[in-house]
Design a protein around this ligand. Structure first.
Ligand code: NDP
Length: 399
């Protein structure tokens, strides 16, 4: 029986709140706080139990500390934006509570996607006897745990990892992003980096394309290699990996829009002056695009996200694919959100549950693959993200 404070009332915040509210035996009290309290209240009104809401500026450490001290939660679930990770970590340290998030810290002025800032908090959390769990969404999150689970149960040594994130859903808009537009576009337009023979190799964004046929008739999709933050922690924690790549599906329509927006400067992250006002183009663009949390009722189709791992078992080479398929409309029926928020929010609830039950309590700052994958995998089957494991005879995305 524990109290949690959830910070952020966007697409992901809505799902985490719904999922925690479904488990009163674990999440006995819930406080949902965000910059705009009316969004917290709108989520609270969808639930069939009462939760508390609050207004908070998560960039402001003293405000955060005051809220945490007032509410006294056992854990803070950070599903605001990556820019707030460090302030929320500072506040958790000051108030003495565990911390959890779904995306690594990013400074506003550089799209870096590096763990170094958060890893630097390890000793502080260790000394305080507090746990900080990083990246408990789907990717990062479930994909890290999939890798850890295969490494634990299917291999003696893992050599190659391909994380493949396919969204076969359609929201019917000419252009919209499935999670926070600013973070999504920063990620997609960043240079690609993948792990190869002990180092990260940089290539231009979207310069490597392949085709992937998903199981269970989800379809065949164009996927593009890109950098994703779990590559940094997984290549560190699995030093036997010779290659690790991340792939995401994009439609030609999405890429054409992005190219034009990039060409005209609308995806820029540096301030420009317009009629005496300072404007960051990508933030202005994000304001114009549909709110990801509003896509639920109109998104149809399925996501298919998983990992293909190649390695050795008993001296023999083996290739194993582990994946989850999630239906956008089924998610909407359950928690009034599309599958991208759902596939992030459910693992966030599971990570929180593992901390609150004591399975994943370990002082320090940890990436999710550093914990025992088994309780997480069991919970995925139980709480809405069932997975399957398939042995492959061959796998090659090089074309
Ligand atoms: P949204 O933009 O929909 O929601 C973000 C929420 O955070 C909004 O409610 C916003 O408030 C609030 N917020 C922003 N700044 C502050 C602040 N300074 N103080 C308080 N609240 C603030 O994003 P998503 O829900 O799509 O994403 C949430 C997080 O999940 C992001 O970090 C994203 O990167 C991560 N994510 C992780 C995934 C994974 O698989 N690991 C996949 C998808 C997302 P307001 O409503 O006022 O703007």
């Amino acid at each position: 029986m524990s109290k949690v404070l959830i910070i952020g009332a966007g697409g992901v915040g809505g799902v985490v709140t719904h999922k925690c509210a479904q488990l009163p035996e674990i999440f006995s009290e819930i406080v949902l706080a965000s910059r705009t309290e009316s969004k917290c209240k709108a989520i609270a009104a969808q639930l069939n139990r009462t939760i508390k809401t609050a207004q908070i500026d998560a960039d402001n450490v003293p405000e955060l500390v005051a809220l945490i001290n007032d509410e006294k939660p056992s854990l803070v679930i950070n599903v605001a934006l990556p820019y707030q990770d460090l302030t929320i970590m500072d506040a958790c340290l000051a108030a003495g509570v565990h911390y959890m998030d779904t995306a690594n810290y990013e400074p506003l002025d550089t799209a870096k996607f590096e763990y170094k800032w958060q890893w630097a908090y390890h000793d502080k959390f260790e000394k305080a006897g507090l746990t900080a769990l990083l990246g408990s969404g789907f990717d990062p999150g479930a994909t890290n745990v999939f890798t850890a689970y295969l490494a634990k149960h299917y291999f003696d040594e893992i050599h190659e990892l391909d994380i493949i994130d396919v969204n076969g859903g359609d929201h019917g808009y000419p252009f919209a992003t499935n999670f926070n537009p600013e973070i999504n576009i920063r990620e997609v337009t960043a240079e690609c980096r993948h792990w190869e023979n002990g180092e990260f190799v940089t290539t231009p964004a979207m310069s490597k394309k392949a085709q992937f046929t998903c199981p269970e008739e989800v379809g065949t999709f164009n996927i593009y290699r890109m950098y994703h933050e779990e590559l940094e922690s997984l290549s560190k924690h699995y030093p036997t990996l010779k290659r690790a790549q991340f792939w995401m599906s994009f439609s030609d329509n999405y890429l054409n829009h992005l190219e034009v927006l990039g060409n005209v400067g609308m995806t820029g992250i540096e301030e420009v002056e317009y009629q005496g006002q300072k404007i960051v183009p990508i933030q202005f663009l994000a304001k114009l695009l549909p709110d990801p949390s509003s896509l639920g009722p109109r998104t149809k189709g399925r996501t298919c996200i998983g990992c293909v791992v190649r390695g050795l078992k008993d001296g023999k080479e083996r290739i194993v694919y582990i994946y989850n398929i999630c239906d956008h409309q089924a998610c909407y029926e359950e928690v009034q959100s599309q599958a991208i928020s759902y596939t992030t929010g459910v693992p966030a609830m599971i990570g929180a549950m593992n901390i609150l039950k004591g399975d994943w309590v370990k002082p320090g700052v940890w990436n999710i693959e550093q914990f025992d994958p088994d309780p997480f995998m069991e919970a995925m089957n139980k709480y809405g993200l069932p997975w399957k494991v398939v042995e492959l005879t061959d796998f090659n995305l090089d074309q």
